[in-house]
Design a protein around this ligand. Structure first.
Ligand SMILES: [Zn+2]
Length: 540
């Protein structure tokens, strides 16, 4: 604890509401001076966990746990003091005091680095408004950037000449190369970024640590970034995060888009919580950064093939971060457009609609599995099932994992095996089944997917639509299975009796009939009736 001065933890306690923090995990209701909920530290059904917002502590009258905002975060997430402080600081949107002891030399080097990158950014900005940067300014204005936005994001222009290496020729070359802005070739130092529209990349402390340069002559790649340096790691950096941080906290969600210009335009059209990876695929580090504030993310990708692939990838990366309180969604911008174009051509409302209609992760995963595998063949279904199973196993919260598994079992039964109906349609004629029985069957199917799987062929042969929502059955799993077996036997008996009646009426009308068949039917009838009696007997 000594590593932090007390004023910082006090500031956290002051900035954050204890009720807010606890409410992320426990449903609280106000009663009198306190808020009450079911204790997260012991198993209980009636609330004995009290939270006093004013005094800033909680107390459980069931198990005796008590503490404040920091101990709650440590205990409920099973993390140490430092991590709890860091998470709360993120929640509060305030900077963590630096605790890592850096050598004086290291601090000096970092200061020089930042000094160079910030000065370079200033130089690039000036150049954007010079003759040399005319075409760059024209381009960015055409993309809908105002002077104000250009200033806010520090956008600039790197000319075709070696502007950085010549302007900073009083600085030691190894200090320049450390920033990635200058490289040394066989003819001496040269600038890495040339004829590029420059987007500064900020760290969490709002300092410029790197740049992303966009080509202006249509050459590929569209964007090049500073190669990783001591202070910049592409896989751990989200473009726009420094600007989005407060909004992510305030709006309790983040939006991830594919491109930097998209992120800027989103931020300036009311979606302040938007960020973008830096021309790379999303990484676990990216998700971890976002999940520090909250676990509610909307991924907004292009509707094309690449966008779908990126979404599937994001889905597998985010799964280990999923909690039962998370809201992870996938939105797609279709028609070969990106968020920037939607905002420009169709307006903010259209974009709102796309975000609002984003698909929940559970549905997205199901959807993509059905798209990517031939689920109308047994082999395809097996592959799809393996993939789904693998995905679901990545969810850390076991109870939540179980729920999702059940959900997919239901879907597998209701959607994948529907096609079997056709196959059976004309083979088995079911004697009238009353509506009550049908409803019991439906609720069994809904409640116990494992029974559905076991008696799938029989259930499907009934040609009843099971996909409508009904109440869960009150039968135990054993009773439910007995119900299905006895129902199956009754149907067999009814069918056999119908056959027997036909046979006998033929005989009465003087027609030929198969005596052996009649005996066969009688034997079977006895067998089924005995079995049914035994089953019902055991039931008593
Ligand atoms: Zn308790």
């Amino acid at each position: 604890m000594s590593k932090f001065d007390n004023s910082f933890t006090d500031e956290l306690r002051q900035r954050l509401s204890l009720v807010d923090v606890i409410s992320r995990r426990v449903a609280l209701k106000k009663r009198g001076a306190n808020y009450w909920g079911c204790c997260p530290f012991h198993n209980e059904k009636t609330p004995s966990f009290a939270v006093n917002e004013e005094k800033g502590f909680y107390h459980c009258f069931g198990c005796g746990e008590h503490g404040d905002i920091i101990s709650f975060t440590m205990k409920s997430e099973n993390i140490d003091f430092k991590d709890a402080i860091s998470e709360l600081a993120d929640m509060a949107g305030i900077k963590m005091p630096e605790i890592k002891q850096k050598s004086a030399e290291q601090i000096k080097a970092e200061e020089t680095y930042i000094e160079i990158t910030e000065k370079a950014a200033k130089k690039y900005q000036d150049l954007l408004y010079s003759d040399a940067g005319k075409h760059a300014l024209e381009y960015i204005k055409k993309r809908g950037f105002s002077d104000e936005m250009i200033k806010k994001y520090g956008i600039g222009y790197a000319p075709k000449s070696d502007i950085i290496s010549s302007t900073f020729n009083n600085i030691k070359i190894d200090k320049l190369t450390a920033t990635g802005l200058v490289r040394v070739g066989s003819y001496g130092p040269y600038d890495f970024f040339r004829d590029k529209l420059m987007f500064p990349i900020f760290n969490a402390h709002n300092q410029i640590v790197a740049f992303s340069g966009r080509s202006l002559d249509g050459s590929e790649p569209k964007y090049i970034n500073t190669a990783d340096t001591e202070l910049f790691h592409k896989r751990q950096t989200l473009f726009g995060f420094n600007f989005a941080r407060d909004a992510i906290h305030r709006k309790n969600r983040s939006i991830v888009v594919e491109g930097q210009i998209d992120a800027i335009q989103m931020q300036n059209h009311g979606f302040g919580e938007t960020v973008a990876p830096l021309g790379t695929a999303l990484t676990e580090d990216h998700i971890a950064i976002l999940c520090k504030s909250n676990r509610n993310i909307v991924f907004c990708f292009d509707g094309d093939n690449a966008g779908q692939k990126a979404a599937v990838r994001a889905c597998t990366i985010v799964l280990p971060f999923l909690r039962d309180t998370s809201d992870i969604r996938f939105a797609f911008v279709t028609g070969g457009k990106d968020p920037d174009e939607i905002l420009k051509n169709s307006g903010v409302d259209a974009m709102c609609k796309i975000i609002d209609n984003a698909m929940p992760l559970v549905d997205f995963l199901w959807d993509s599995v059905n798209k990517n595998y031939l689920v109308n063949t047994p082999g395809g279904r097996a592959q799809a099932e393996k993939y789904l199973k693998d995905c679901v196993s990545k969810i850390q919260d076991k109870i939540f994992q179980n729920e999702i598994e059940q959900e997919y079992n239901n879907r597998k039964f209701n959607q994948w095996h529907k096609w079997k109906k056709q196959e059976y349609k004309n083979e088995i004629e079911i004697p009238d089944v009353d509506i009550m029985t049908i409803n019991i069957l439906k609720s069994i199917v809904q409640t116990y997917p494992e029974i559905s799987e076991k008696y799938m062929d029989f259930l499907v042969s009934l040609n009843i639509s099971f996909d409508e929502d009904v109440k869960n059955t009150e039968l135990s799993i054993k009773e439910a299975e007995k119900f299905i077996i006895s129902f199956k036997l009754q149907i067999e008996i009814k069918k056999l009796e119908k056959n027997k009646k036909e046979l006998l009426s033929n005989a009465l009308n003087g027609k030929d009939y198969d005596k052996d068949l009649l005996k066969d039917i009688d034997d079977k009838l006895k067998f089924y009736k005995d079995k049914l009696e035994l089953l019902l007997d055991v039931n008593k």
